[in-house]
Design a protein around this ligand. Sequence first.
Ligand code: FAD
Length: 373
Amino acid sequence: MWVSSSRSPDCALIDSIDGRRGVRFSCVQRLPRQHADHCRLTLGGGNGWLTPAHGLTIDHLVRATVVSADGVARTCSAAEHADLFWGLRGGGCNFGVVTEFVFRLHPQEKMVFGGMVVYAPEKLEAIAQELERWFPTAGSKEAVHVYPGRAMSGEPAVTLLMFYNGPESEGREVFKAFTDLGPISDRRHEMPYETFNTMLDKWAGPGKCNWTRGFVVDRASKALTRTLFERIVALGDPAGPFRVSLCFEYMSQAAVDAVPNGATAYARNRPGLGNGIGLVSWDGAKPELEPRAKEILEELAGLVKFPGLRYGNYSAESDASKDEVRRIRAKDLYQEHYPRLQQLKRQYDPEMVFDKWYVIHPADEEEDKPQGK
Ligand SMILES: Cc1cc2nc3c(=O)[nH]c(=O)nc-3n(C[C@H](O)[C@H](O)[C@H](O)COP(=O)(O)OP(=O)(O)OC[C@H]3O[C@@H](n4cnc5c(N)ncnc54)[C@H](O)[C@@H]3O)c2cc1C
């Protein structure tokens, strides 16, 4: 979470790093005045445009208050209920309802540079090549998210959402090789960070249904294939009900990896280049379309099946309803941290009152004892 230096000290604008929405907090009361989707975003890790600079949201959480299944409100931090504090940071909504988050803030300049740059479909391979050249050099200020398939207009296209956390002149230079490829349109400009961070809200805002699925991002030449492109175009035909997008997030993971695996419950041993999110959205309250939306994302996920750990926040919570499947999902997500999380689950929610998202099963008396704890 970052506070804009230009705001008054008694009412800071805090931006959640999910690329989605700002939340107003009172510095005195530390209570959110406006609902936003910051809760599970934080509890599941927290990934966004400022991740290359600052890592995950959980790495800046200094304290949380949780009402666990026994109805007791506990304040936890590195000094108080440190085990619960460890589990919350990545263990999601498994231990109770979080009623307060306290974050360490970082200075953030008000203005950033970026926006959508749209290319004709035939540029796909050239873009992939340029991404491969640029990515190893990507620093803490820049990110490129790639959307092969259809532009917001509905036309087949490759859209790059470019972000530069600095002035326009520097940003244009950093991405010059991409714009030298000759886009159809370039809508980048300087804007307040909050504006950039909420640019995509309308894709999944109120009044729309959506289904999401995470995937692992690999090298652009392997990921951005013509087969995948054509399939997204076909599945997202504007004559049909669905808007279909796959987002490949290319940005440095160095700040995430700088925190030791084990410092929080979030498993960090991820060899992939980053996170990808598939999103199928449709207008109106039509839940009957959900099964088809799931099928679409399953099919596309099969085309980008790279090894590695998917980001839990990017997968909709009820995509596995069978108990055994849910157990496997949670073990996969938490990896070697799972036994320790099971101990915490037994302590704070033994009856599994909180059974959404990646559900941790409480440790039995005889099994799943944490190693070395
Ligand atoms: C279009 C789109 C873009 C996204 N982009 C990003 C992104 O850039 N970065 C990123 O990290 N994630 C991203 N996500 C995933 C996002 O983190 C989750 O969808 C979101 O955080 C869910 O949080 P919520 O508070 O809205 O939870 P809800 O959907 O309201 O709830 C989900 C679950 O969280 C639990 N929960 C909610 N509030 C609390 C609480 N106070 N205490 C304990 N448990 C609680 C509940 O068990 C609930 O079942 C994106 C999702 C979508 C749909």
